[in-house]
Design a protein around this ligand. Sequence first.
Ligand SMILES: *[C@@H]1O[C@H](CO)[C@@H](O)[C@H](O)[C@H]1NC(C)=O
Ligand SMILES: *[C@@H]1O[C@H](CO)[C@@H](O)[C@H](O)[C@H]1NC(C)=O
Length: 471
Amino acid sequence: MKFWLGIALALLASSQTRGSTVERIFKRLHEEPPLPTSQNRADEVQTLWIEQKLDHFNESETRTWQMRYMLNDAHYKSGAPLFIYLGGEWEISPGRITGGHTYDMAVEHNALLAYTEHRYYGQSRPLPDLSNENIKYLTVNQSLADLAHFILTIKENYEGLSNSKVVIVGGSYSATMVTWFRRLYPDLVVGGWASSAPLFAKVNFVEYKEITGQSITQMGGADCYKRIENGIAEMETMIATKRGAEVKALLRLCEPFDVYSDLDVWTLFAYISDTFAGLVQSHSTGQIEGACQKIMAGSDDLSGVAGYLLESYGNARCYDFTYNFITGLMLDTSYNGNIMRQWTFQTCNEFGWYQTSGSSAQPFGTKFPLTYYTTMCVDLYGPQYGNEFINNQVDTTNQYFGGLTPGVENVYLSHGQLDPWRAMGIQDPDQATIIPEHAHCRDFESISSSDSAELKASKERIAELVREWVK
Ligand SMILES: *[C@@H]1O[C@H](CO)[C@@H](O)[C@H](O)[C@H]1NC(C)=O
Ligand SMILES: *[C@@H]1O[C@H](CO)[C@@H](O)[C@H](O)[C@H]1NC(C)=O
């Protein structure tokens, strides 16, 4: 009995300690949208590779690489459409195309179902490492061009596909790609479904933590919001009044966390706020409510917040929230299993989207200012990635892709009302569907009797649109 308990605890510990705490907080905010719970395991998914150019926009660059993709042809009939689920900043997995609403629509139309992996993520590695010299081919333009080449190539080579209509689907950043692909290559796809797509690039994305706070109030109550706000404010005050050692002990921060270093303090509060962001962004029924119950069970604001954080961090001896530790992870130019270096590069080079403490209408304090994030861009990728550069790049991105007026037809936009990302997407109810009490990318499951009326209506709407598009 003791022996088995020992094994169970060891397994639990190893699953909790995979990667450091900061890596797990980051990952939760950037993971693959949840896989459909109902899976058709009889369908065989093939993993295949396609040759891609390293640089689609430079004729004299001849280097190529292998992009990974997956195919499910179990329900395909020659001449039927092609449905492609686009990978974003994560590793692709077969369960994406063996269940869920997109799968159901593919079955309805006897479509071939594909899942493409985004360059520099998962196993799709254009170059052997992520050095500053080698990471520069990681741009959304290049990845959209990869997709264009994929579509042209598979239509030319796959039996019966040459005249097929193509529908694309994505969630989060890959939903952004759905919209932008339709803008740049309207002739290659008849339409797309973009769930939770941020479309407007913005350096100081203050709305993110505002909506995180609003969603906590909505689902967990105003008391919970207030307690988080007070608890974090108390930690800030302690650090400002030479009681930083108490905060260190309370949150079990590893040495050499320096309570007098802005960069360390900013790192700590950024990741505390991101812990709550992870809760809200991935909310499913009861989760925010459950977290708030724990927070409110603490004897006061400070211990309620600290207790919740420690519980969600698992059971390590200490937690490393130093600036050196996290930049160390991101200066590692090997493919080390986390996507922090890659995604952060895309933010510094194209999107911004820093979820800062720049608004007072959020409960997470004042200690993760924009400077924290722009300092990191310079420290990670070089002096040219300064403030002005990032601002210019973000402006260029919006001009090129149209921001909140992308000018595309046949793209169905859906958002979760609790999702903090929705502030960077189109909110106009005439152009997008906002699903109440749902979070980020939470509308990919099959239609089910447990769906809310709004969720079910949204899924039926996209199914109806797809019928028109592939007719
Ligand atoms: C294009 O590729 C060639 C060959 O690799 C390289 O020498 C050149 O600098 C590249 N041009 C640009 C604008 O990147
Ligand atoms: C790539 O995207 C940027 C916007 O970020 C745009 O200005 C640029 O012209 C694009 N390059 C190509 C080759 O399409």
